[in-house]
Design a protein around this ligand. Structure first.
Ligand code: ATP
Length: 603
């Protein structure tokens, strides 16, 4: 086959993905698609499946053309009146379906859309993924005067050339509403099967992705250069590394023994994680979710230019709001002022920050992620020039529980959230993209049996009753099971929402509602509506209990029984977390076991 991929093949996969209800089927549809995809477009195919043009961290404009523009483009492409498009939209509630319907009508009337309208008679050329990608890129990047018409014309051109089904998905893509819920793990499973016939390749793909969080780029490397290219992959300045995450415990004895007796103990700062990339004078800062947040911290960029001596490096630290008068640490919420884009320089003055560095992942061409932490820290210390607001995290190395406790209390007193305890043995590498026991967070105890909040994914919603009639009243929440890439239900939550929260939900959820359970969701309960896993809510509860109606940790404690949260209460949305970053089943099980232990101790 040539080096082109017909749009029909991609769209057919979209159609199937929307219909199926099992994750295995989802993987197999992707395998099929990848096998049909020429190497040089596989990256684009992967971005498009996820409803994007490029990874979020590129910080480039997203698709997400407004309804008004789209209505104009559809009208133009299908030779219809705008009022006709609008009426149909009122009836069908989905502009994708509107475009599809109008294209069908045109086809049965013997028309070929814009081409005919313009008097162009040659037969319509089939749309390719390359052509679509290139056009959509122009749509996304068009700015300034006249860009409105440019966008409308480009979109109209595509719809004119599309067949009805293609039109449906093109419009959803352009609107930013292609929500198939295909996660990275499913894509990786499918890539492994497509390129090796089985899962043997999966860990290699995963490691490569953890080191360079660009799944499209990784797939392309695999397709074009083969497995060895992935095996030898190194971090690259400008492409984020997926962060290493910590487990949590609240017993200092247990913590120290878990990490092997002796540990590096650091303040756990309450700010925003920053993965700082530097190449010459160019500095990029990525967030915990790998978004490009450089524009929020021009002052940090300056500090990095001045104080990081290497010409190429990737380091990590916590960016913390500080009091402009005293230099003391301020709560994390103060950083929110930095999110306002307009008056960033004023925000920089009013809400100054300090950076507390805790890791070095790459330096002058060398991948440090596989080196033990103390070696990484040595590099960090060597390459930076510490200053008042740019320094290595407060730390001690200890094997003594009392010393750990004392340091913990001092951390709290200084405004930190607690401490991070890090293993220092020879295997204490930087586990990019995973949560493990090499790092353990030890936080202040909350006055509740459930010692910490959990972050859970909304997978369904129930209609409200009484005062909440006409809105959603209760949400069905799930934890994430990374081993199986499934969202498993843990509780229903109806408490803690403000009026504004409730009001907002209808609109927030609207585009994520699907007619059946999402293939990655496991649930016994049946909510009034199912949702594509996307929204993450922070929840606190009274305690964890066993429950026969929830699928979280089912069979883990007792056969046929799962774990649930008693008296859950909504605290806030975690918009900084994606569904795969929700609390995992493993963490829930650990929390449950710890709770049991405490109860036994009390008894
Ligand atoms: P997680 O990031 O583990 O999913 P979370 O978003 O709820 O959980 P926390 O439980 O507060 O965050 O703890 C982890 C975060 O703590 C890290 O992602 C990092 O931003 C921050 N942090 C603060 N100090 C340190 C430190 N010394 N070492 C590592 N991380 C630190």
């Amino acid at each position: 086959m040539g080096e082109e991929l017909n749009l029909k093949i991609l769209v057919e996969a979209f159609r199937k993905l929307e219909l199926i209800t099992s994750r295995t089927q989802m993987t197999m549809i992707l395998v099929d698609l990848f096998r049909n995809t020429p190497p040089d477009v596989i990256d684009k195919v992967i971005y498009l499946i996820q409803g994007k043009l490029w990874p979020d961290w590129k910080g480039l404009p997203e698709l997400g053309v407004g309804e008004k523009f789209l209505i104009k483009a559809i009208a133009k492409a299908t030779h219809s009146r705008e009022s006709e498009v609008e009426n149909l939209y009122k009836r069908l509630g989905d502009l994708g379906k509107v475009a599809e319907e109008l294209k069908r009508r045109a086809a049965s009337a013997g028309g070929v859309g814009l081409a005919k309208f313009l008097g162009v008679t040659q037969p319509k050329k089939e749309l390719t993924v390359e052509k679509v990608y290139e056009t959509l890129t122009r749509v996304a990047l068009a700015t300034g005067e006249g860009s409105r018409d440019v966008k409308i014309n480009l979109i109209a051109g595509l719809i004119a050339d599309a067949d009805p089904l293609e039109a449906r998905y093109l419009v959803r893509l352009i609107e930013g509403r292609l929500r198939l819920g295909v996660g990275d793990a499913t894509v990786m499973d499918a890539l492994a099967i497509a390129y090796a016939g089985n899962q043997a390749l999966r860990p290699v793909i995963e490691r490569a992705y953890n080191i360079r969080a660009d799944l499209g780029g990784i797939a392309k490397l695999l397709a074009e250069k083969g497995v060895d290219a992935l095996k030898n992959i190194k971090p690259e300045v400008g492409i984020p590394i997926r962060p290493m995450l910590a487990e949590r415990l609240n017993d200092p004895y247990e913590i120290l023994s878990k990490v092997g007796g002796k540990a590096l103990v650091e303040y756990k700062y309450d700010g925003e994680r920053g993965q700082i990339h530097k190449k010459g004078d160019t500095v990029i800062i990525f967030s915990r979710r790998l978004e490009n947040i450089t524009h929020q911290y021009p002052d940090v960029v300056e500090m990095v230019r001045e104080r990081v001596k290497s010409s190429e490096a990737i380091i990590e630290g916590e960016i913390v709001a500080i009091d402009p008068e005293t230099g003391e640490m301020r709560p994390f919420q103060e950083l929110m002022h930095r999110k306002r884009k307009h008056d960033i320089h004023e925000a920089v003055r009013e809400y100054p920050v300090a950076v507390y560095l805790f890791d070095a992942l790459y330096n002058e061409g060398e991948d440090l992620t596989l080196k033990p932490i103390l070696e990484r820290r040595k590099v960090l210390a060597n390459i930076i020039d510490e200053g008042e607001r740019f320094r290595i995290a407060q730390h001690i190395v200890t094997d003594d529980v009392d010393e750990l406790e004392k340091f913990f209390l001092k951390a709290i007193e200084d405004g930190a959230e607690g401490v991070m305890v890090k293993a220092i043995h020879g295997n204490a590498i930087y586990q990019a993209g995973s949560r493990g026991w090499l790092w353990i967070k030890y936080k202040r105890d909350y006055k509740s049996e459930m010692t910490d909040t959990v972050d859970l994914v909304v997978v369904g919603a129930f209609a409200g009753k009484g005062k909440r009639a006409g809105r959603y009243g209760t949400l069905l929440l799930a934890a994430y099971d990374p081993d199986r890439d499934k969202f498993v239900t843990i509780c229903k939550v109806g408490t803690g929402f403000t009026d504004a929260d409730l009001e907002e939900m209808t609109n927030m959820f609207k585009d994520y509602i699907i007619p059946h359970k999402h293939p990655r969701v496991e649930s016994i309960m049946k909510p009034d509506v199912w949702l594509v896993p996307n929204f993450v809510a922070e929840i606190i509860g009274a305690e964890l209990t066993l429950s026969p109606i929830h699928t979280c940790c089912r069979d883990a404690v007792r056969k046929g029984v799962g774990i649930s949260i008693r008296f859950p209460r909504f605290i806030r949305w975690r918009t900084d977390k994606g569904p795969e970053e929700a609390t995992t089943t493993k963490e829930i099980l650990e929390m449950y076991k710890r709770q049991l232990k405490k109860l036994e101790e009390k008894a």
